[in-house]
Design a protein around this ligand. Structure first.
Ligand code: URA
Length: 433
């Protein structure tokens, strides 16, 4: 086999065999195929696409390039969730204790944030003592005993995807639906879950800017899951503005606590309950989505859900007292109020710009090597559709930096105010099964 012939075949839109796909993926991972040939191959996929079978085969090649997590020692159907990435997305922090509280095992591997999007692992590390590295035994024992555990992604999970993703980043081939679908699903499959619920974000702050694109991505990921023997459901959710009111790390933990106490923002409460309900249905705890949704709501109201988050913090070595005293989480030196320049309705909040502003305040990383300031972030005081008066506080910047002017101006220009109330979109657009 020769790489050039496989590139030529894809360039003409022909269907590749699993051997050809594997030859390219493994050859590149083992440094036998150079960057320039892989770049040409990726661009050919970008323009010519891949069918269902090719996309599944590409996923499998990524999975087989590294380790697989063996969760067979955990009893029950192991259910995972994944978000395609958003701003203020603290849904994992809410659904892990929620799903575990009905006895469905959640063995979660999560990532760190980069650029304008945050990562669950960073958010949890804002809790003093919280360990995100557990031995395999600890991880499995915790899931068997408490039905939940969360760790950072292991180094040798899907190394082919890691290497190819870095190349996609610099060859303008990130936004290819078969490449995104196989990249995400390979990590989920290598992580060992039996069933997967995907939160596919659509809108200004998401990878997918249109509903058609989001549906296409969701369908492809569900098809990959099914073809590789994993029950998969995708929930397409709105990301036209940040999720909830808090963007950052410690402040997102505070907001997750509020949701689990039944005092959360409407958008994230609804999305978290929807994702958790599908996880519980796939896990076999409930027959129907409606009965799962109702029971999980009751669990929040009964106080059991917040107790489960407290338990998660405790078993992973964190200071569980922050549940009752969230003010003890890291706090910044400056809390700067951003004031509205005019009165009117909030018609748009550019989630990506808000995410970048939070990163500039110290809450995120520009490069993988950057250190995070857990206290930094942004609290929105108003969301789309709400009315604001001139000079009223629209957002608060939390930072330890003395120079925050760039973020201040960015936040101000990311929030549009108009005379007319905007038409509001649903939080949940569609479910793809
Ligand atoms: N997230 C991933 O893990 N991979 C992609 O290709 C895009 C988003």
């Amino acid at each position: 086999m020769r790489a050039v012939d496989i590139i030529e075949k894809k360039k003409h839109g022909e269907i590749l065999t699993s051997e050809e796909i594997n030859y390219m993926v493994i050859g590149y991972t083992e440094d036998k195929i150079p960057d320039y040939q892989m770049s040409a191959f990726l661009m050919a996929i970008y323009f010519m696409g891949m069918n269902k079978e090719e996309t599944s085969n590409l996923t499998l090649s990524f999975v087989n390039s590294g380790d697989r997590v063996d969760l067979s020692m955990i009893e029950g159907v192991k259910v995972d969730k994944h978000s395609t990435g958003g701003v203020g997305d603290k849904i994992s922090l809410i659904v892990i204790p929620l799903v575990a509280s009905v006895g469905i095992p959640v063995a979660k591997m999560s990532g760190r944030g980069l650029g304008h999007t945050g990562g669950t692992i960073d958010k949890l590390e804002s809790i003093e003592g919280f360990k995100v590295e557990l031995s395999e035994k600890e991880f499995i024992d915790n899931v068997n005993k408490y039905k939940m555990a969360i760790v950072g992604q292991s180094a040798n999970l899907t190394p082919a995807d890691k290497k190819i993703y870095s190349l996609r980043d610099v060859t303008s081939t990130v936004d290819s639906i078969p490449l995104i679908a196989s990249s995400i699903m390979s990590k989920k499959i290598a992580s060992g879950a039996d069933a997967i619920v995907l939160d596919v974000k659509v809108g200004s702050g998401a990878f997918m800017k249109s509903l058609d694109q989001a549906k296409d991505l969701a369908r492809k990921m569900v098809d990959i899951g099914k073809s590789l023997g994993r029950d998969t459901i995708a929930v397409i959710t709105n990301m036209d503005q940040p999720l909830g009111y808090e963007i950052g790390n410690a402040n997102e933990i505070k907001e997750a606590i509020r949701v689990l106490r039944g005092q959360g923002a409407e958008d994230e409460t609804k999305i978290a309950l929807t994702i958790a309900s599908y996880m519980c249905v796939l896990g076999g705890a409930f027959e129907s989505f409606d009965s799962a949704y109702k029971s999980l709501k009751d669990i929040i109201e009964s106080g059991k859900a917040i107790e489960k988050l407290k338990e998660l913090i405790e078993i992973q070595g964190g200071d569980k007292r922050i549940i009752d005293n969230p003010e003890n989480l890291p706090n910044a030196n400056h809390h700067v109020e951003v004031k509205a320049l005019r009165s009117g309705y909030i018609s748009f909040i550019d989630a990506e710009e808000i995410g970048i502003s939070a990163m500039l305040l110290g809450a995120g990383r520009r490069t993988k090597e950057d250190k995070i300031d857990y206290a930094a972030g942004i609290s929105l005081k108003k969301k789309m559709g709400e009315y604001i008066k001139v000079d009223e506080t629209i957002a608060i910047l939390h930072t330890n930096l003395d120079d925050y002017q760039v973020s201040y101006d960015k936040v101000l220009s990311a929030i549009n105010i108009t005379d007319d109330r905007p038409e509001m979109k649903d939080y949940i657009h569609e479910i793809i099964k």
